[in-house]
Design a protein around this ligand. Structure first.
Ligand code: ADP
Length: 159
């Protein structure tokens, strides 16, 4: 049984994240999207909001689940019995940070391997911070985020 943890801020989850998740679900037996509670980034949505929106978005993916965690990702992975950390790569700009992170994790727990997936070109430019910027300036983000996220942002008037 191959279990992967897909850790991140997911503030909010985007179609780019979802593309990586779908491919991960084809490769691994189970993928756990894990919302990190200890991110240094200032939150736009609360952890509970992010988790609920992910839950709604993945409800038709039988081998995906959502959770949140605090502390080191590798400790959480061990606790969940996962062997893999799943991360997405967009541009070269992601590479250096992601390489450093995966090597640090590997130095801490060499039995847990990081696997990188590259998103479809149409999702390449999407980041949660770009979505926030567009939304907070009154733009339409429906093409970039799952429907549940789009509806929630409009309904909750997060402006
Ligand atoms: P973090 O704060 O850990 O970077 P994010 O939610 O921003 O959390 O991203 C989580 C993971 O998803 C990271 O590996 C990131 O590179 C990846 N990711 C984010 N957006 C995309 C996208 N559009 N396509 C592919 N991977 C993405």
């Amino acid at each position: 049984m191959k279990t992967a943890i897909y850790p991140g801020s997911f503030d909010p989850i985007t179609k780019g994240h979802l593309d990586v998740l779908h491919t991960g679900c084809e490769i691994f037996d189970k993928v756990i999207i894990a919302v990190a509670k200890n991110s240094e980034k200032k939150g736009f949505l609360t952890i509970d909001e992010r988790v609920e929106l992910i839950r709604e978005t993945i409800k038709d993916l039988p081998n995906a689940e959502v959770d949140c965690f605090e502390g080191l990702t590798i400790e959480y992975a061990k606790k969940r019995g996962a062997q893999i950390l799943l991360r997405g790569l967009r541009a070269v700009s992601d590479f250096e940070y992601e390489m450093q992170l995966s090597q640090a994790n590997s130095a801490l727990a060499s039995e847990i391997k990081t696997v990188f997936l590259i998103t479809k070109p149409k999702y390449n430019f999407i980041s949660s911070s770009t979505i926030k910027e567009i939304f907070l300036n009154g733009g339409d983000v429906s093409k970039f985020v799952p429907e549940a996220v789009n509806q929630y942002l409009i309904k909750c008037n997060k402006l």
